[in-house]
Design a protein around this ligand. Structure first.
Ligand code: NAG
Ligand code: NAG
Ligand code: NAG
Ligand code: NAG
Ligand code: NAG
Length: 303
């Protein structure tokens, strides 16, 4: 399969819509945005193997993920033009014991889902592309590819020129088009992650948001997240008010002793522990939250 051609083909259709798919821009051309604010948008698609003669209860074993820093497995590390980076300590310290470019202390949601399925974690597209083109790898890996890349976002220039309703509608339309493109390229089991409580991230202090509550009407969401976490307001790693003013790992940062007690790892991103809880809910959660089916059902679905 020529992932690279496909990737560029469908990105070229979107490249003029920087509003919607900024993460693709970061992969292709880099960006100058200094804030790694997540879009909390993610999408994972799996290509079915059409050559399969026995399709009953065949577990999907390939994941292609698209999204922002919430799913980025290290693409930005391979694009130095991208200023949003997490390829330095103490990122990755809890699970990988080294920075991988993931914007958390360990695994992301796609990593956990891959573990539940029983496949290796997907490599970043830019790493695979280099390894294939320099001959280190003979082909792209069969377990899929991670295309997610931390990019610019809602708090930057691109978001502010639109009214929220217009912004959301435009975004939904474009996400719909992306899903159609993926379907045309053979993706059959497609999962879309909805928006997280972006107004609650510690980095809200950077844009003058309130410190004692979330930005906007998002307190209820925080209460939902509250279960099991001792600290849902401040980042484990960072500095300043809410530890939301300085990125984790940058000069002067502080780090908590027990990241597993925190909802937020850094100024924008959840801890591995939070991702684990989210992943379990995505994998086996009830239709109250995961619709129309959970990812486990999707992964085993007969097509
Ligand atoms: C980074 O930017 C330079 C100069 O604009 C460009 O030549 C190079 O291709 C870019 N690299 C990537 C990986 O986008
Ligand atoms: C389909 O399976 C056959 C036999 O296993 C193999 O030779 C062929 O390359 C496969 N085709 C694709 C597109 O995977
Ligand atoms: C298809 O898979 C099922 C379940 O694993 C197995 O019982 C069956 O023998 C398989 N059929 C063929 C034709 O391989
Ligand atoms: C080839 O690319 C891979 C992945 O980026 C890298 O780890 C490796 O060092 C490269 N090898 C050579 C010989 O450039
Ligand atoms: C949350 O964590 C921060 C940073 O470690 C700490 O200063 C603060 O007291 C904690 N708050 C609660 C409610 O535990």
């Amino acid at each position: 399969m020529d992932y690279q051609k496909r990737f560029y083909k469908y990105n070229s259709n979107y490249i003029n819509v920087p509003l919607l798919l900024p993460f693709l821009l970061c992969i292709l051309m880099g960006n100058n945005n200094n804030i790694n604010n997540p879009w909390s948008f993610g999408l994972a698609a799996s290509l079915s193997n059409n050559n399969n003669t026995n399709s009953s209860n065949v577990l999907s074993r390939t994941i292609f993920s698209f999204g922002d820093s919430l799913l980025d497995a290290g693409n930005n590390h391979f694009n130095k033009n991208c200023s949003s980076q997490a390829d330095f300590p103490p990122y990755g310290s809890t699970f990988f014991h080294r920075p991988t470019g993931r914007f958390t202390n360990g695994r992301t949601v796609v990593d956990f889902i891959s573990e539940y399925i029983g496949i290796d974690l997907q490599k970043p597209f830019l790493e695979a592309q280099m390894a294939v083109s320099n001959g280190t790898w003979k082909a792209y890996p069969s377990n899929g590819i991670n295309f997610a890349s931390a990019g610019s976002g809602v708090l930057g220039d691109t978001g502010s020129i639109f009214k929220p309703e217009v912004f959301i509608q435009t975004m939904l339309t474009e996400v719909g088009k992306l899903v159609e493109q993926l379907y045309k390229h053979g993706a059959r089991r497609i999962g879309l992650l909805s928006l997280g409580p972006v107004g609650c991230v510690p980095a809200r202090v950077l844009i003058g948001g309130p410190t004692k509550k979330c930005y906007g009407k998002m307190n209820k969401m925080v209460k939902d997240y509250n279960k099991g976490f001792k600290n849902v307001s401040e980042a484990c790693c960072g500095e300043g008010v809410l530890r939301g003013e300085v990125q984790c790992g940058r000069e002067g940062y502080k780090i908590c002793e027990k990241p597993e007690e925190y909802l937020f790892w850094d100024y924008f991103h959840p801890t591995e522990h939070a991702y684990k809880i989210i992943s379990k809910a995505l994998w086996t959660g009830s239709t109250l939250r995961i619709r129309p089916v959970n990812i486990k059902t999707l992964a085993y679905m007969t097509l």
